[in-house]
Write a protein that binds this ligand. Sequence first.
Ligand code: MN3
Length: 200
Amino acid sequence: MFKLPELDYSYDAFGTYISKHVMELHHSKHHQTYVDKLNATVEANPQLAGKSVEELISHLDALPEALRGLVKNFGGGHYNHTLFWKFLSPESGHEPSGELADGLKDKYGSYQNFVDEFTKQSLGVFGSGWAWLQPELSIVTTPNQETPINNGLAEPILGLDVWEHAYYLDYTYNRADYVKAWWEVANWHEAAERYGKAKG
Ligand code: MN3
């Protein structure tokens, strides 16, 4: 059975950047619903049992067509949100340091250029979806609960949920204000660690 992960911080850890109310709903209701529906899908389809969420969503083609959408949506929702909580921190570091900072500077010219490009792509996601920073420092977006690993890419090192449920109660339709606030709480320590591991 899949389980809702516990958070490394409290729901009120992000002050006004992301409110306690939104954090609580997002984690205890939205994410929990993905977990519950993924578990219900696995229970109803024993051929899915015993596999990790990564295995399930990385091999959608191997599944019967009737199951692909369910696993992609509920498995992807569980996987994406599990990453998203790790990609937030009340002690975010504010800016990348070390090798990751150097890498971003090499690829984008400056940290600010990277922020601008990632922001642009986040705002460009039509409807619901995600923006991700990949270990090779490219930026990719995915619709709905699709995720880099079900498109044959590596696990991201940072990522942002741009579904309205992530920001509407705090920022109404102003996704740009939400993205701007997110830079204050993006977990650069986690990203640097993942970057280092991916580089080997
Ligand atoms: Mn979400």
